[in-house]
Design a binder for this molecule. Structure first.
Ligand code: ZN
Length: 236
């Protein structure tokens, strides 16, 4: 079985539409949370994910749409974008977000937004010692995660910053972050995704350019914070 991993789409329809044609070989699309927030197209992104029957988990920006007090924890620009998104969401989109679990299972494997450690406090997995603690508890399975917007593989061997385009063999236990579709923060503005071949098992990271200028124009005309437009061209 082949899976596509998409994370942190953040209401960026142009980035999502650029990535979807690269996923034709996969049996299932997993979305690792933060479907909305920051960007200008929350309802269209949700509709597109429903149309391709993606399986998704809830991210912290998605959760803030259902529990507005969570926006108090966000930086001012993210909170402003969150309030804009709350007003823009249709009842149908809101129902969709409310239906999402915080934790997903696919056979023995797991997928989450931030970290599989309970309680779900939107932990950022950033270093190899932290990842090792999680791997030890996880046992011989994969956990797919997002939240940091950085493509990464963590195994018992440590952290790997993967090059896009080549198949990377996975050991029995690994934490895999595909990076962000809609707001990459690794200095590369191209939309990020990953394909996992569970049979091998192996992962291949991918990047695709998209029409950043169109997304930026939509952000500006919506009155969303300027920083959320500017950062897309930088991948930061
Ligand atoms: Zn995010």
């Amino acid at each position: 079985m082949k899976l596509a991993l998409l994370s942190d789409i953040h209401s960026n329809l142009e980035a999502l539409e650029a990535v979807l044609p690269a996923l034709s070989e996969v049996d299932r699309i997993l979305v690792l949370g933060d479907i909305v927030g920051y960007g200008p197209d929350p309802n269209a992104v949700i509709a597109r994910l429903r149309a391709v029957r993606a399986r998704a988990v809830l991210g912290n920006h998605d959760a803030a749409m259902l529990a507005p007090s969570l926006l108090d924890w966000f930086n001012p620009h993210a909170a402003a974008a969150g309030r804009w998104t709350q007003a823009a969401l249709t009842p149908e989109s809101r129902r969709y977000l409310a239906s999402l679990p915080k934790f997903g299972r696919l056979g023995p494997h797991r997928y989450v937004h931030g970290s599989p450690r309970k309680p779900y406090m939107w932990e950022y997995i950033l270093d190899d010692l932290q990842a090792l603690e999680i791997l030890v508890r996880l046992g011989p399975r994969f956990c797919f995660f997002g939240h940091t917007h950085l493509p990464r593989i963590f195994t018992a061997e440590g952290e790997e910053i993967p090059d896009p385009g080549e198949w990377i063999t996975l050991p029995a236990a690994a934490l895999v972050n595909p990076g962000s579709v809609g707001q990459p923060r690794d200095g590369n503005p191209e939309a990020a995704y990953a394909i996992v071949d569970l049979a091998t098992p192996a992962v291949r990271f991918g990047r695709v350019p998209y029409d950043v200028a169109t997304t930026q124009a939509k952000i500006r005309s919506a009155g969303l914070p300027e920083v959320e437009a500017a950062r897309l061209a930088l991948g930061r």
